[in-house]
Design a protein around this ligand. Structure first.
Ligand code: OOG
Ligand code: NI
Length: 460
């Protein structure tokens, strides 16, 4: 009997995220080890820091932290990208942001599919960093053509998955049975296949053009290449990883350690060498890796510009080497440079550098009519209004480039003409990508206007 009633996209996304995690745990055992380590560290961080725990409780993140993860895939054609957009839409995930990685020597451009509403983010913030290969950047026209033919011929979605995507679009959602089937079918697209589409010679030529080209073109589908849990203390995880048999990359990407975390800090461990059959010939490919991340506050355009400037300043001084030999110098340069970014929530708020979620305190009731004339800062100073940082839900191009590089191999960077092409990406995607700043601004504005209207005010 078919169950009726429609399954909420939030529930489908949560089920899909859990199914993906279970699959990846089987495929890459080190991911399971990392999950256990992150859970231990997160628990300790909460015990140690009741203020953090209180804040996560208020912003609705406490229950989501240990369930939280992002993944990444690399696609080969515009058709794959636009179908992927429709697949993610069935789980309430929309494309946010445009990332050009050519600048960093990686021939892709990307977006992040993620939930956008406050409630949806609270329920399950699962995101997928999704890149599209830029075959146009491969020099050899013969090889480009061979790659194109392979990509055009492969089918990365099952027929049933395509039918369910269409069903979700035409009937405005899926019922419970369809949703369960959709999760199973969609998972197939992200599965690892150890039998390649190409023989050893072509693999080698693709690999010589760029490792990433070989990773996308040689396989039956866009295997999930990492799944990243969120930790509340990335420095602790970075330090503890070797004790559990995992060796992380030398430096953590993103801002330095701070009292008030901003944006995103990430570290990864190297891809595994995996046995692959190339047309019956035994070989190896490194595709999949592990990553962890710590999420901090979302920054306004002003805050982001400051972040970018300070990061560039540090990297101009010391560029982190892949072998880790200058890691300590880089960490010190980063620390020095970021003394230019206030590390105090009041300063971040007053200077308009970060986004905040506002809520009323109990004291708001006791002040009576006097709240009518107070502005936001006065309400905060009077202890009526509380401002908690809004968590950054997106990615960072320089960090992403570092992650790509560390798992593609140290020789992977090549000089491509930096060539952002957002219009082309959106045409291929079949939709515009959303602007992350607008999304955070509207979360902030929404929280403030709710508080003010509770106080009987209609202004912002
Ligand atoms: C994506 C690398 C970027 C992140 O967390 O910044 C990324 C990839 O290797 O496909 O996942
Ligand atoms: Ni990642």
């Amino acid at each position: 009997m078919t169950k009726t009633g429609s399954a909420s996209p939030n529930r489908i996304r949560a089920a899909f995220s859990a199914a993906m995690s279970a699959m990846y745990r089987k495929e890459v055992p080190a991911y399971g080890t990392l999950m256990t380590l992150v859970a231990d560290v997160n628990q300790q961080a909460l015990q140690r820091d009741p203020i953090l725990e209180g804040r996560l409780q208020r912003t609705g993140e406490l229950s989501r932290v240990s369930e939280e993860r992002h993944g990444a895939i690399r696609l080969g054609t515009p058709a794959e990208l636009s179908t992927m957009r429709r697949l993610f839409a069935a789980m309430g995930m929309e494309p946010v942001g445009y990332y050009d990685l050519t600048e960093a020597g990686v021939p892709v451009h990307s977006t992040a599919f993620r939930p956008i509403g406050e409630d949806a983010l609270r329920r399950n913030p699962f995101r997928v960093f999704t890149s599209l290969l830029r075959l146009d950047l491969i020099e050899d026209p013969g090889l480009r053509h061979e790659a194109q033919v392979l990509l055009d011929a492969r089918r990365i979605f099952t027929d049933r998955c395509l039918a369910l995507i269409e069903r979700s679009e035409t009937q405005g959602g899926l019922n419970e049975d369809e949703a369960a089937e959709f999760v199973r079918e969609a998972l197939e697209t992200f599965r690892w296949h150890s039998d390649a589409l190409v023989g050893p010679d072509l693999y080698q030529r693709l690999h010589d053009a760029h490792r990433l080209v070989a990773d996308v073109v040689s396989f039956r589908g866009p295997h999930i290449n990492h799944l990243t849990p969120r930790t509340l203390d990335i420095d602790a995880v970075q330090e503890l990883m070797p004790r559990r048999g995992i060796s992380p990359k030398a430096v953590v990407e993103g801002p330095p350690t701070r009292k008030c975390p901003i944006l995103l800090r990430q570290t990864s461990f190297k891809a595994l060498d995996e046995a692959v059959s190339f047309d019956g010939h035994k070989g190896q490919h490194t595709a999949r890796f592990g990553e962890i991340e710590a999420r901090g506050q979302a920054l306004t355009p002003k805050g982001r510009a400051l972040y970018d400037r300070l990061l560039t300043q540090a990297r101009d001084q010391v560029r982190p080497k892949a072998d880790g030999s200058n890691a300590a110098d880089y960490i010190e340069a980063l620390r020095q440079s970021f003394t230019g970014f206030p590390d105090d929530l009041d300063a971040i708020r007053r200077e308009g550098l970060g986004y905040f979620e506002f809520s009323l305190t109990e004291k708001a009731n006791s002040l009576g009519d006097s709240v009518i004339d107070m502005d936001v800062e006065a309400l905060i100073a009077a202890g009526c209004l509380r401002a908690d940082p809004i968590t950054y839900e997106d990615f960072l191009p320089v960090s992403a480039a570092g992650i790509f590089q560390s798992n593609l191999g140290d020789d992977a960077a090549q000089d491509f003409q930096a060539s952002p092409n957002r219009d082309r990406f959106e045409a291929d995607l079949g939709a515009k990508v959303q602007d992350e700043f607008e999304l955070y601004q509207s979360l902030q504005d929404g929280s403030l206007s709710r508080c003010l209207s509770t106080l009987g005010r209609s202004d912002i």
